[in-house]
Design a protein around this ligand. Structure first.
Ligand code: GTP
Ligand code: MG
Ligand code: NA
Length: 457
């Protein structure tokens, strides 16, 4: 058993929810940092990643007397934006994680992006824990800094407890309306069937020990298979970024296996496969955010799970949301190139075989996949005949225009979180191709339905 325990990798946990529910602040509270106040407008606009070593989690959960129970080396937490325009990043985050924290503001209950996040997690069958945040805003709340939630509750007056119970019940009802059973975590006897709620405050830290412990224990209990360290490399490109002094770099999440300086890698590029050599492997210090530029640690080798910044030549056209591959000593470069482009090709294969359907354009491979899955779901069922990544150009309009003679309503571009060039718009007008844009997946469906109605009238 010992060997097996040592072989567990860190679970990857994504933090999701509506804008301003306190996702970044919760992570700040755990890290002892202040990333949130440094963000433009106080909103998160990129995916962030932080590594929490097991010692840190042990320290924070001490009061719950669970020392010996932490078997994973740490926890890799991915912060996502809650703003409605960043569906693609929520989708990318939910795509990568082993489990998630869904943050709900106790004063607001379920909000549009809470529901969107919930649906993304359900789509991928990802287990999650609900953090019912901002309990310190209950009128008359008495602070007990960083205390386990039951201890903190014991300090509260009857009025605070009554208000807490009313709001909790209302949140549970709202989840039920979404078809989900939820319950306070310490009353939850059927985890797996019923999702657990942990009340928290990101300002005074109540409930943080409970949240951390529950995450780790739940992961260890239900995901041993997934978390057993394997040599097979699994690595996803999160962001492609220009960094002063380093040129174009890629931020990756290493889910499994290890990366080394000097490894020959292949990544999917929008202009074909990119073969290059890892110049350096950089990570932020533990408990520091990958997003916050600062001092990086250099590594010769990094093992999963970790977030890493890779510097190498020729990364300019790397596609965010695709897999990174290492070319082994006996591996054929041409084979590896093919493998690297598979992500893109597997998405291509989802196109409707009948050749009839709308044209879909999205900003990243991850958001394109999320959109295709959504369009395929039983209550939507919009067929797709063609897809693209990046801004909508004239050539995309030409492709969509092929439907004009077959089924006019399908001569439509569903553009998700991408720009449309002026020439493309002009051509679309001339040809009679409809362009429908949205930053939120569900809006595309509404717009398309609205358009169908207009046509019929
Ligand atoms: P986005 O990333 O933009 O979606 O927001 P977020 O969910 O990361 O929320 P953020 O951490 O930016 O917090 C939003 C605001 O709520 C900030 O002003 C925080 O100080 C405040 N806040 C967050 N958590 C708490 C909490 O537990 N209690 C109180 N009183 N305020 C909080
Ligand atoms: Mg945030
Ligand atoms: Na915010």
């Amino acid at each position: 058993i010992k060997e097996k325990q040592e072989n567990l990798r860190s679970p990857i946990c994504c933090i999701m929810g509506h804008v301003d529910t306190g996702k970044t602040k919760l992570l700040d509270c755990i890290r002892g940092t202040n990333v949130q106040e440094g963000e433009a407008g106080g909103i998160t606009q990129q995916i962030g990643a932080t590594y929490f070593p097991a010692e840190n989690i042990r320290e924070r959960t001490k009061e719950l007397k669970a020392d010996a129970k932490i078997k994973v080396p740490g926890l890799l937490v991915i912060d996502t934006p809650g703003h409605e325009s960043f569906t693609n990043l929520r989708s990318r985050g939910s795509n990568l994680c082993d489990l998630a924290i869904l943050v709900v503001d106790i004063m607001h209950g379920l909000e549009p992006q809470t529901i969107e996040s919930l649906n993304l997690l359900r789509m991928r069958n990802t287990e999650f824990i609900v953090a019912l945040n901002k309990v310190d805003r209950l009128y008359g709340w008495k602070t007990s800094k960083n205390a386990p939630i039951r201890k903190a509750m014991k300090q509260q007056s009857i009025d605070v407890i009554n208000e807490f119970n009313t709001r909790l019940t209302s949140v549970i009802t709202q989840f039920k309306e979404q078809g989900l059973n939820t319950e306070l975590y310490y009353k939850n006897r059927e985890m797996g069937e019923t999702f657990s709620i942990v009340p928290t405050s990101a300002i005074s830290g109540e409930g943080i020990p409970d949240l951390l412990l529950l995450l780790v224990q739940w992961a260890q209990k239900t995901m041993v298979e997934t978390l057993t360290y394997a040599d097979k490399l699994q690595c996803t490109v999160l962001e492609v970024k220009v960094i002063e002094g380093h040129g174009t770099t890629i931020d990756v999440v290493l889910v499994n296996g290890a990366l080394h300086e000097g490894d020959q890698i292949v990544v999917c590029g929008s202009k074909g496969p990119i073969v290059t050599t890892i110049r350096s492997l950089l990570t932020p210090h533990p408990l520091k955010e990958l997003r916050v530029e600062g001092k990086y640690l250099h590594h010769i080798e990094v093992k999963a799970a970790q977030c890493i910044k890779i510097t190498a030549q020729g990364l300019e056209h790397a596609v965010a949301g695709t897999s990174l591959h290492v070319i082994g000593p006996d591996e054929d470069v041409e084979e590896a190139k093919k493998t690297a482009m598979e992500d893109m090709e597997s998405v291509m294969r989802r196109i409707d075989k009948s050749g009839e359907g709308v044209y879909v354009q999205a900003s990243t491979l991850g958001s394109l996949e999320a959109l295709l899955e959504f369009l395929k779901s039983p209550d939507v069922e919009i067929p797709v005949s063609g897809i693209g990544i990046g801004p909508v150009h004239k050539k995309d309009i030409m492709k969509a225009g092929a439907m004009l003679e077959r089924k006019k309503e399908y001569a439509t571009v569903l553009a998700f979180d991408v720009k449309v060039t002026a020439e493309a718009r002009e051509l679309a007008d001339r040809m009679g191709v409809k362009i429908l844009c949205a930053d939120i997946i569900y809006h595309l469906f509404d717009r398309f339905n609205g358009y169908l109605k207009d046509i019929k009238e």
